[in-house]
Design a protein around this ligand. Sequence first.
Ligand code: ADP
Length: 702
Amino acid sequence: MKFQSLRNHFLRRFLPPHIILLISILTTMFATYYVYTTVEENDRLRFENEIQETEENIDKRLDAYVAILRGTAGLLAASEFVTKDEFHLFVNRLRLNENYPGIQGLGFAPRVIPGEWEPHLAMLQEANPSFQIHPNGARYEYYPIVYLEPENKRNQAALGFDMFSEETRRAAMIQARDTAKRASSGKVTLIQEIGPEKQAGFLIYMPVYHGGVIPETVEERRDQILGFVYAPFRTDDLLKGIFGDINQNLVNYKIYDGTEVSSDNILHESISDQVAHPRFAQTTQMDVAGRIWTIVFSTKSIFEDGSNWNFVPYTLILGSVLSFLFYYISRSQAQAFAQAEQASERLSHSQERLKQSEYRYRIVVENTNDLIALLDNTGKFTYVNPSYKKILGYSPKVLEGKRYEEIIHPADLIMARENFEKVLKGKVAKVTLRLRNTKGKFLTVEGAGLSIYDKRNQVKAVVTTAQDITEREELEKRKDEFISIASHELKTPVTSLKAFTQVARGLIEKNEIKKASNFLSKMDEQINKLTRLINELLNLSRIQQGKLELNLEDFEVDGLVKDTAESMQAIIKTHKIILEGKSRKKIKGDKDRVGQILINLITNAAKYSPDGEKIIVRTTSLGNDVQISVQDFGIGLSKEHLGKIFERFYQVSDVSSGTYPGLGIGLYICAEIARRHKGKLWVKSKKGEGSTFSLKLPALKS
Ligand code: ADP
């Protein structure tokens, strides 16, 4: 039982909310993971996009520079000699500063082989007396910067510089010359860096060959090289020009010249926002005008602003909160459900109990011998129990809706009304009154009434209970009568005895012995009468106290009947006692007491048939029983008395039947003796025609 209820508690109250909790936590974890991977994937895409865009921007810009260089190279190749002014005009038209920010300049460095180029040199020096090829020193060939636009202080400083004399530049120039393609230099410090803030720089060279045609072989290219159109770049300025305000960028990048990431190679660093642990970092390499740049990208903190990363903790928190909310709701629901269930269980228990108690009450109310009724406060019956039908003959249908006064004896009405009022006022009333049955006869009942109240303290109903005490009253009355009769019956023989004694004494004194003896036998008769009366009284009291003792013996019925009839015949002179039939059976019983029954019946038969002449005593055997009937032809009994004559003190006091002496207890004692022998005593009679009293006793098996 305990286990069962624990199991129920677990299944109904504990399990569902916890399953919900588990499922929602798992869902939250899954959702969080899903959001996490989606956000991560999105961010990675954004990052890669950013990288691609950055690279594309650099590429596009440098392509544009290369195009300018190519155009300028075209110009220089077309004519054998371009003057400074022509070059200036050409570059001016390009509007470098406006259209190509980041470019430091556009210049031309022709190949100068000592001995071949002097006229040009002289021309240049004429225009610019300070023009000088530097650094000094004798070399096989020189590539001095002869034109460099726009003309500003920085560029001015570079004029005359033999770029071929410097290793890094030379490498790029050789590459450009030999491949006949633009070539970018490694990291250099530009000659233009005359200020204190020096930037990393690089240059892009475009070879120009004599005659404007690109020679086939490397040898021919080396031979026919006219010079280089080139552009110097300060990397920081260049990239600033490409990307504008770097604070807007989502990524930081560091650009290294070549394939190695080392501080020696660093070209540019766009660190505007140093993040200790960037979300993403990636290293890529790109071809910048024939040279490899290595770029290390990493995300900045503003990258996170565009990220939906917040969703991850939000999802987790919201999911957890919802999980616990669901858990809480489902738990309180389970609790509420369990409570409701308990309440309804309690209710159904109490309903069951109520039903049972109602059932018990109904059983009691419907099976009692008491009259139980409910009345409304106007005195109308609303319910009567089955006793009303049994005792008074009224079915509920007849009485319900009627007023109680209708069945009350007119003489008891006022008293009844007074008591009903008393009950309505909350008192308990006890009354004895008479109720009329359906046949018009009045029965005496002893009743009580009390009010029951509703919640508003108004009388809801009046309950009355009553016991039929008619019989008790009659018995009481009979008992009273019996006492007076018994005293009378006892007194009569005693009075006679007294008189006879005096007469006898007088006769003896006068010596009239014969006469006196006569009186003595009359006295004997009175004494017998007294003895009989006293015996009856003794038997009655023994029966009452349950002390009637039986001396059991086996005896022959026929013998007993014959003996008793004969001895009775000796006393009864008025009637002839006729014996009929034989049982031929023995019974086990108290012979004297069974004899007493016969004496009583025969005495009564004679007593109550004053005009009769015979009494028939009939003995028969009926199966295992013996039946003895005593029939007289006397006054008989009317129907209403038939059942009652076996009761204590019952005497028929019928005017027509005259009065007969007796105590009214003889038949009661006889019936008791018969009962004690497991037998039966009953009567069949018709008024005026006589009666037949029959005694049936179980016989012994022969
Ligand atoms: P009692 O002493 O009055 O005879 P019983 O108990 O013997 O008392 O009888 C009870 C009543 O039964 C009598 O009062 C009488 O009215 C009626 N009764 C008894 N025997 C007969 C009978 N044989 N015929 C008519 N009435 C009888």
